[in-house]
Ligand binder design. Structure first.
Ligand SMILES: [Zn+2]
Length: 212
């Protein structure tokens, strides 16, 4: 009898230990599942946030001159610009500032679409003229049209450079250098802060909607 009781006790004991282990394993799985869910949720929200910043409409609610379709020149007082632009965009577009190298999300961006002036919506560059220059700023070898860009000599900081401005609102965009790739041999070195991007498919859809 003694043996039987002992065996029974052992069996119960084993069950308890195994049960504990199983429940520990289950808890681990639950935690893992939870972690996966949290990760997926954060990825999803990051993606949707990304889409919101990248996708762009033809207008901006707080900026009355912003339009990706209107090509009429924009002339406005500095104080007006200050009111409608974000401090980052204002600093570069109107104060001729320069963003930190490697700081732009557009530096190694490879989506297909069009880049617009973040101050006024003027179309500036197509993604197929973008190239990796390694200079730390988004680089293009050709503007979308001749009228898209204005060129101005810039002799500041002890250098002789050519400043690149938006052809519609004269926002400072960056500089152009002659060490770019074929076919133009030019490198438009542009501050990503003053660029808006719209994916080709979204632009196409908008164009189709307009035709109707
Ligand atoms: Zn502009």
């Amino acid at each position: 009898m003694g043996h039987v009781i002992n065996l029974a006790n052992l069996f119960i004991g084993l069950n308890v230990i195994l049960g504990n282990q199983i429940s520990v394993v289950m808890k681990k799985w639950n935690l893992l599942l939870l972690a996966c869910c949290v990760l997926m949720a954060s990825c999803y929200s990051q993606n949707s946030q990304k889409k919101q910043t990248v996708m762009d409409t033809t207008k901006k609610s707080n900026n009355p001159v912003y339009s990706t379709t209107d090509t009429a020149k924009v002339v406005m007082k500095e104080e007006e610009w200050k009111k409608i632009l974000s401090p980052e965009v204002y600093e570069i577009a109107r104060q001729k500032g320069t963003e930190r190298p490697w700081s732009s999300k557009f530096e190694d961006y490879k989506e297909v679409g069009t880049y617009y002036c973040a101050a006024c919506g003027n179309a500036l560059f197509k993604s197929d003229t973008k190239f990796e220059s390694g200079c730390g700023w988004p680089s293009f070898y050709e503007p979308i049209s001749k009228a898209a860009i204005i060129y101005t000599p810039d002799n500041t900081h002890g250098m002789q450079r050519t400043e690149v401005q938006c052809g519609r609102c004269k926002a400072h965009l960056g500089h152009v250098f002659d060490d770019g790739p074929k076919p133009t041999g030019l490198r438009y070195c542009i501050n990503g802060v003053v660029l808006d991007f719209e994916k080709a498919k979204a632009a196409e859809k908008k164009y189709e909607e307009k035709k109707r």
